[in-house]
Design a protein around this ligand. Structure first.
Ligand code: ADP
Ligand code: MG
Ligand code: ZN
Length: 476
């Protein structure tokens, strides 16, 4: 079989979180009752004039500047003409020849190391409405008409379905960090079309690509690409060729199918939007936006590894959201034990958040309580095992570890005499097992440890239990 190089380029639409739509004063909320947020402008009534929403431009610029792209201080809106029932104007206001931004880089981390995905173009446009097809009727909701979208197009530099997955993850994370979009792909706040082609090793020019649509999760994009790559390989291996076409991903069947071929692809007849002036941005305004940018996920990851000496894997998990990263930093700062803080957050705390569907800032366990818990283990007040029970109670009651330990008498037993007593008791109650142990069943040691822990309600210092038990057994 031939070796193929996989070439992928993504086109992403991000819904911007503005109060109002991009060219009118309608509320930017398309989940309200059907057709409750529409007006002559977004319905495309003759003579109605669009007015650009400053906030939409600001949010778009935040993204472009954050990823190191270049902003055209003079950009042009253009009409993209096509007919669709949910597009009442018969055109979409977009940008074409002089978009708002170009270039920029997104860094992703994979098992094999870091890679950089170059962006091609970034522009602003308005969304269309939504059609609903019921059993005996088709319905249109115009609420989404005029919702601001940021379109981000990558260069064809993504080399696997897995890389596309990581890239989309990072894009979602970045728009959330920048607070410009919810990035929720299931709800359509983030959408992705994927272009994919193959070329034989050593071949210079790109192969024919197909464009995949209709994926509504990041995992869906990965699956659609994997399917499509296999489909193209088997076509080429059988001596066939790939048709340039748009294909729809069918999640339930797990495959793609032709939607339209190149011949049927529309010619949009772009021309400059006559109702809008060219958009001119001042250097000072952009400088202000630049100053307000937060630290990005990849920068946080690098800093966490450097500053807290935690593994890159931990840093990746802890920076998944800004809130979680803040939670970690506060806890680590308060207890002075970053690796322990990381371990606790990545296991118990994340489990509690997942089960209760809460965000870090809503958690009943403020960082100082988690820091106190970590310190209580470190200084021997409680065992790590008991701590896992305590943390559950902390989440339920909002109490501090000290309050819970005090009220329930959970202090770790480090008194050798008390532990010795428990060990003696366990050994005398287990004559049979003891005999087996001395007959060679060494694994029963663990059983004895467990029995001692049970007798002490989990409070005995496990290290001491091990040591004392070993001494007793050797002495017999
Ligand atoms: P179009 O104008 O048809 O939308 P673009 O040049 O805008 O084409 O590219 C759209 C997307 O397709 C970009 O993400 C680009 O990187 C990607 N792309 C272009 N050529 C190929 C190819 N041969 N294989 C895979 N992706 C490609
Ligand atoms: Mg394009
Ligand atoms: Zn409107």
């Amino acid at each position: 079989m031939n070796e193929y190089e996989i070439i992928i380029g993504l086109e992403i639409h991000v819904q911007l979180q503005t109060e109002t739509k991009i060219f009118c004063g309608c509320k930017n909320d398309y989940e309200a009752g059907p057709n409750t947020n529409s007006c002559p402008v977004c319905l495309g009534m003759p003579g109605a004039l669009p007015v650009l929403n400053r906030k939409a431009v600001e949010l778009a610029c935040r993204f472009i500047l954050a990823v190191g792209g270049e902003i055209n201080t003079r950009s042009i809106f253009a009409r993209k003409n096509y007919f669709y029932p949910d597009l009442p104007k018969g055109y979409q206001i977009s940008q074409h020849e002089r978009p708002l931004g170009k270039g920029g880089v997104i860094r992703i981390e994979s098992g094999e190391g870091n890679s950089e995905i170059m962006l091609q173009g970034i522009h602003l446009e308005e969304d269309a409405g939504k059609s609903f097809h019921l059993a005996d009727s088709s319905n249109i909701d115009f609420n989404r008409c005029g919702t601001p979208l940021l379109e981000i197009v990558t260069m064809p530099v993504i080399r696997s379905a897995q890389e596309a997955y990581l890239f989309l993850h990072r894009i979602r994370q970045i728009v959330q960090y920048l607070e410009i979009s919810s990035g929720d792909m299931e709800k359509g706040a983030l959408r992705c079309d994927a272009n994919v082609s193959l070329r034989r090793e050593g071949q210079h020019e790109y192969g024919i690509r197909t464009e995949l649509k209709n994926m509504n999760s990041i995992r869906g994009v990965e699956k659609a690409l994997s399917y499509e790559i296999e489909r193209q390989i088997s076509l080429l291996e059988q001596g066939g060729f790939v048709l340039q076409e748009t294909r729809l991903w069918d999640e339930s069947k797990g495959r793609t199918a032709t939607m339209r071929t190149k011949e049927e692809s529309p010619d949009y007849r772009y021309f400059p939007e006559p109702d809008l002036q060219p958009l001119e941005l001042s250097g000072a305004w952009l400088e202000d936006i630049m100053q307000g940018l937060p630290e990005l996920p990849h920068q946080k990851i690098d800093r966490f590894v450097r500053e807290y000496q935690i593994p890159p894997y931990d840093a990746g998990v802890l920076t998944s959201t800004r809130q979680l990263a803040d939670y970690f930093e506060e806890t680590a700062g308060l207890c002075g034990k970053p690796k322990q803080a990381s371990n606790w957050i990545m296991t118990e705390i994340m489990k509690i958040m997942k089960d209760a569907k809460t965000a870090p800032e809503e958690l009943n366990i403020p960082p100082r309580n988690l820091a106190e818990l970590i310190n209580s283990i470190e200084n021997g007040t409680i065992s790590g095992k008991i701590a896992k029970d305590i943390v559950v109670e902390m989440a339920a009651s909002g109490k501090t570890p000290g309050e819970i330990i005090g009220a329930r008498g959970l202090e770790q037993i480090t008194d050798k005499k008390v532990i010795e007593q428990a060990v003696e008791q366990v050994l005398s109650e287990n004559a049979e097992n003891l005999k087996r142990y001395f007959d060679g069943q060494q694994q029963l040691f663990g059983y004895f440890v467990g029995q001692v822990m049970m007798k002490t309600e989990g409070k005995a210092n496990p290290h001491l239990v091990n040591k004392i038990l070993k001494d007793k057994l050797n002495g017999r």
